[in-house]
Design a protein around this ligand. Structure first.
Ligand SMILES: C[S@@+](CC[C@H](N)C(=O)[O-])C[C@H]1O[C@@H](n2cnc3c(N)ncnc32)[C@H](O)[C@@H]1O
Length: 290
């Protein structure tokens, strides 16, 4: 894309964004990703857009907005901007009760023939991969422990942020993050690279596939008959109606007996004819009816 530098210099003051301009940018983000930025978080949106404008020498919100709608260059620029406009905070074992539910309740009760047929999990809005690797560690460790036969499983990890997906694919994380991983998993699945970083073991990395995928296309997801859908800290950014539509889509993508695990704030008073709520007060989860 040609950079609209004009008379811009690093000292050019950045324009202010009035509320109607903010609405235009917030609507664009919602239309393209489902993520809602309320007026109370205007500063976050303005800082993110301005940051990218500074980097690329753009000085006008209006011009930048138009450029984003212009052909292939606009689409490429959007892939960078969307990463700045979305929140990527994530951790290994971010919500331990969810992992306990998967390991101690769900996996233990799965019929042996299901386990032997290969399990497929989806980490929805996986950010830089910590959640997907956590799922892979839990599945690997507990499937090996509970089944004599060699069990195949795979985790598909999807997000709209290309930089976050690249981190996930590399499986390389700052050393201090290893503290988030319980010791019994650390020893088995993590390798220290140097004083600053560690890597997820190759065997586990092979179980996790990362792909760019926009949740707004969930109804056309190239995934089906999933055993486990894990979606935490993603739908909270979406409008209520959109959350419910997505949950109905998730229900259709699950196999009978499949498990949907959500973050506790992801939805309230949700019910679906194909799903029954799992009786666990620490985890918001649903099982697909047989
Ligand atoms: C706060 S992170 C949550 C990461 C992880 N699930 C966790 O709980 O630790 C939210 C992620 O959702 C992703 N996201 C937001 N809108 C999305 C969309 N429409 N499609 C796919 N991913 C999306 C963001 O890029 C971000 O990485």
């Amino acid at each position: 894309m040609t950079i609209a530098a004009g008379n811009w210099s690093p000292l050019t003051p950045m324009p202010g964004m009035d509320d109607s301009e903010f609405e235009r940018w917030a609507s664009l983000l919602e239309k393209r990703t489902g993520v809602v930025v309320p007026l109370a978080r205007k500063a976050f949106l303005v800082t993110s857009v301005r940051g990218r404008m500074r980097e690329t020498g753009r000085a006008s919100f209006e011009e930048y907005f138009s450029e984003l709608h212009r052909g292939a260059d606009g689409a490429i620029e959007w892939t960078t901007l969307v990463d700045r406009l979305t929140v990527h905070e994530t951790h290994f074992f971010r919500h331990p009760p969810s992992m306990d539910l998967i390991a101690n309740d769900w996996l233990r009760c799965l019929p042996e023939k299901t386990k032997q047929a290969a399990l497929h999990a989806w980490s929805v809005g996986c950010s830089s991969g910590e959640e997907a690797y956590t799922l892979a560690m839990v599945l690997d460790r507990h499937l090996t422990a509970t089944t004599a036969a060699k069990v195949y499983f795979g985790v598909t990890a999807t997000d709209v942020s290309l930089p976050a997906l690249a981190v996930g694919r590399a499986g390389l994380y700052p050393r201090q993050k290893i503290e988030e991983i319980p010791i019994q998993y650390r020893e088995r699945y993590c390798e220290l690279v140097d004083g600053d970083s560690f890597r997820i073991s190759e065997a586990l990395r092979k179980r996790v596939g990362f792909a760019s995928f926009n949740l707004l296309d969930a109804a056309r997801a190239p995934l089906k008959r999933l055993d486990l859908i894990f979606c935490q800290n993603v739908l909270i950014y979406f409008a209520r109606d959109r959350r419910r539509e997505l949950l109905a889509t998730f229900a259709n993508l699950l196999k009978p007996g499949g498990l949907l695990v959500l973050g506790s704030g992801e939805v309230t008073n949700f019910a679906h004819a194909s799903l029954r709520r799992v009786d666990n007060r620490n985890v918001l989860a649903f099982l697909r009816n047989s």
